[in-house]
Structures are given as structure tokens and as C-alpha cells.
Design a protein around this ligand. Structure first.
Ligand SMILES: [Zn+2]
Length: 389
């Protein structure tokens, strides 16, 4: 049954958790307007990627503005950009990420990556205010006072949003992205995945490097609490010694290792080899029993190493060693937030969020199929905000 005037009386509503996030800022007679305002292309993904994708899917009008082109960022893959082209490339990447998230529009200003904290504060506010006036958002998402992990551009853009907003006749609600330490370990997720695979996982050297970059970003933002390092093992040295407690997971970046079992009579049997993109050490971590074989570098070997904490130098080795748990105390679980803190489950938008991450090729060198959802899901499925009215 058709009603000719149904569009006139249409009301807009959002899933419960999003409605709580918008609060009274959400109008009922038109789509909500959500603006993500950040310092660099790629800030949007971890801060609000899943939430803004869900908002767009629910009918909100969405936009992302970056105050800089991110030209001072790292270039993780030399094939993607040069120092001269990085800014233009990252503008394109933001466009692709916005499309992946279903965001209505993206824009990059060119205030200078690394300069937001150095330019006169009034000038920065004078840049931010017209953006708020033009987009007239009901809700603005930006960083918190800590800038996520202390980047001065993040801190100053977040501060400028608050100052500019206070100058408006109708100030929008501000959502500050928070990154509370989650206390989970990428190590545990990887071990669960690896031992659940029927066939041994074999990656590539590129896989190892992408994993390293992803793990690094995850630990910086508190999604994972692993202790990360790259270790070099000269030819003939032990990566793992049979009998030692299982503390670390190794992903081989270069070189080859032999898996050697030492029998009770001291005889040595080489049972396997592993090379770039392959893991060693997952079985001991899964069972929490002393290492059941040596892993010996057959060439000079480099490994990306994940551990729950710094290495325990007093751990005993040999057949009498007792597994004392993996690497000392595990990180504490995330603290419960206060009343103005809202957490959004974005697992329904995980594919979009991963696609946006992949779009930022110069920063993450990731492949959408790099890691299975069972590993990525727990790390990327929650977004946390502090609400400021
Ligand atoms: Zn940034």
C-alpha cells in the first residue's frame, strides 16, 4: 500500500548503540550528519572506520576531512610512492578508503603534515571553524586529548575542533576516539589460528613484513599488548632450544631454519625445515609445554618475534625446565569506562574497515586476505569514544 506523503513523515532512526552515540544530537526529521575530522589520511580508519561505515549504511550523511595530506608519513612500500609523491598518493588513498567505508565525501586540506602543532593556534582554529560551518555536522569525530598515541598533529587537531566548536551557534556533539589498552595478545590469536589450520600455514617474506607492520600499529594503538621485536640469528645459532619454556612466537622474515629433535641418548634428527613467511613456536605456546625440538638457523636468519612481555632471562633450559606460563604476567583486561564513554561493536563493518586499511597502501602494505577474520576480528571490532556535548 503506497502513501504519497510517506517521505514527508519519514523519521530517521539508528541501531541502539549508534543512537546512544549520537544521543540528542540526532535529528529525527532528516539524516544525521557525521563528520570525521583528523590530521592525516588513515587516522579515520582506526578512530571511526567501522562506526562511520555503519552510520553510512544506516542512512547518515558522512564525510571525512584530513587537515593535511600526510606527506611526512612513512613509506612502508617503496613501490607505492616516493617522498615527492607521497602527499598526492595519500590523498588518493583517503579517497579509496572513504569509498570502501561508504562515506559520502572526503577532503584533504594541505596545512602541512607535522605543522599543526607549530602553526599559530588561532590560525589552526580559523581553518577548522569554516569546515564545521560548511558541513554543519550534528556529530564530529576526532582524536582525544592524548592524540591516540601522542602525535602532536592529532592532539592539536582535536583541540582545535573543541575551540572552533565552542564558537558556533549550534555546537555539534564531539566524539573523541579512545584507544584503551585491550589486554589481548595478537600472539594468542595467531597461535589459535595456526594450530586450528589443517595444513601448516606457509606465507611469504611479504606476509612476514605486513604482519610486522600490522602488529606494530596494533600495539601502538593498544589493540594488542604484545612485546614485539625483530631478532637476527647467525647461521648455526638456536632460534629455539629444545626444553626451554614456550614464551615467543617466531615468524621467519628471511633465512631458513631446521627443526631438530634431540633424543634421550643425545642423537639429533632433523624433522623439518621452515623459511620466510612461516611460523615456528606455535605448538609449544598452544600446549604450554617445554619446547619439543630445537630450531636452528641454517642460514643467517631474521625473525619477527611476538611475546607476552619482555624476555625472562632467568628461565631454565634443558629437560628439567618447567614451563612457568608464557612469558610472565599477562596484561590486565581493559578497565570499565565511565558514563560518557561509549563502545561500538563494528564487527558488522569489519570487511569495510579492513578494505579501508588496505586502501592506505603506503602505510600498511596489507593485503585484505593477509590474516583470517578470527585474528583480525577481535583486534578491530570495537571502537571507543568519549562523548562531549
Ligand atoms: Zn595520524
Amino acid at each position: 500500500m503506497a502513501h504519497g506523503d510517506s517521505t514527508l513523515t519519514r523519521t530517521f532512526s539508528y541501531p541502539d548503540d549508534l543512537a546512544r552515540l549520537w544521543g540528542p544530537a540526532a535529528p529525527r526529521d532528516r539524516p544525521l550528519r557525521v563528520l570525521g575530522l583528523f590530521a592525516h589520511p588513515d587516522d579515520e580508519v582506526f578512530c571511526v572506520g567501522g562506526t562511520i561505515a555503519r552510520a553510512a549504511a544506516a542512512g547518515a550523511e558522512t564525510a571525512i576531512v584530513s587537515l593535511t595530506r600526510g606527506e611526512a608519513g612513512q613509506i612502508r612500500d617503496s613501490a607505492t610512492a616516493t617522498r615527492r609523491t607521497l602527499g598526492a598518493t595519500r590523498v588518493e588513498e583517503l579517497g579509496a578508503a572513504g569509498a570502501a567505508l561508504g562515506v559520502g565525501g572526503v577532503r584533504c586540506l594541505d596545512l602541512g603534515d607535522g605543522y599543526l602543532a607549530r602553526m599559530p593556534y588561532a590560525d589552526l582554529v580559523a581553518q577548522v571553524r569554516p569546515i564545521l560551518e560548511e558541513y554543519a555536522p550534528d556529530v564530529v569525530v576526532t582524536f582525544g586529548e592524548d592524540g591516540g598515541f601522542g602525535h602532536p598533529d592529532h592532539i592539536m587537531s582535536a583541540r582545535a575542533v573543541l575551540t572552533a566548536r565552542a564558537q558556533l551557534a549550534r555546537p555539534p556533539r564531539v566524539l573523541q576516539a579512545r584507544f584503551p589498552p585491550q589486554g589481548q595478545l595478537l600472539l594468542d590469536l595467531l597461535v589459535d589460528w595456526l594450530v586450528s589450520e589443517k595444513l601448516r600455514f606457509v606465507g611469504t617474506a611479504g606476509f612476514g613484513n605486513a604482519l610486522r607492520l600490522f602488529a606494530d600499529g596494533s600495539s601502538v594503538l593498544g589493540f594488542a599488548a604484545d612485546h614485539l621485536q625483530v631478532q637476527w640469528f647467525p647461521v648455526g645459532s638456536y632460534v629455539i632450544e629444545q626444553g626451554e619454556p614456550p614464551n615467543e612466537l617466531f615468524c621467519i622474515l628471511s633465512g631458513t631454519v631446521e627443526i631438530v629433535v634431540e633424543d634421550a641418548d643425545g642423537g639429533l634428527r632433523t624433522v623439518d625445515t621452515a623459511g620466510p613467511g612461516e611460523f615456528v613456536g606455535q605448538d609449544g605456546l598452544a600446549t604450554n609445554r617445554p619446547r619439543n625440538a630445537h630450531v636452528i638457523a641454517r642460514d643467517d636468519t631474521t625473525c619477527f618475534v611476538l611475546a607476552p612481555g619482555a624476555r625472562d632471562l632467568s628461565a631454565g633450559r634443558g629437560t628439567t625446565a618447567v614451563a612457568a606460563g608464557t612469558g610472565g604476567p599477562r596484561p590486565a583486561p581493559a578497565p570499565v569506562g565511565s558514563a560518557n564513554e561509549v563502545t561500538v561493536d563494528v564487527s558488522a563493518a569489519l570487511d569495510e574497515k579492513i578494505a579501508a586499511l588496505v586502501a592506505h597502501r603506503t602505510q600498511y602494505a596489507l593485503d585484505a586476505e593477509l590474516l583470517p577474520r578470527q585474528v583480525l576480528g577481535p583486534l578491530l571490532s570495537s571502537e571507543h569514544f568519549t562523548v562531549i556535548d
